[in-house]
Write a new protein. Sequence first.
Length: 115
Amino acid sequence: QVQLAESGGGLVQAGGSLTLSCAASESIFNFKSMGWYRQAPGKQREFVARIISGGRTNYADSVKGRFTIFRDNAKNMVYLQMNSLKPEDTGVYYCSAEKSPLMYWGQGTQVTVSS
């Protein structure tokens, strides 16, 4: 059973930065992609960023130029560097790992951006 553990969330002022980490229980080469999603209160979970096995990355338009997803293959870790944070970035951030046909999820880490 794949396990994903997020860390690094917290409270930050608008304009600040945070780096989220996701530790996978197995080699990240086993996954077609790994990514980050977020869910704000009262809203549906939405895509934030992903990195595909070959290294290509995709971002939601709302975070392009501010967020960067990257990985450390040796440590089986995926990260989300978040800069220029805005109050609308507030939410629970979830790490995901795709191993078709399944998508695995972590428990989430809270990010709160104050204005």
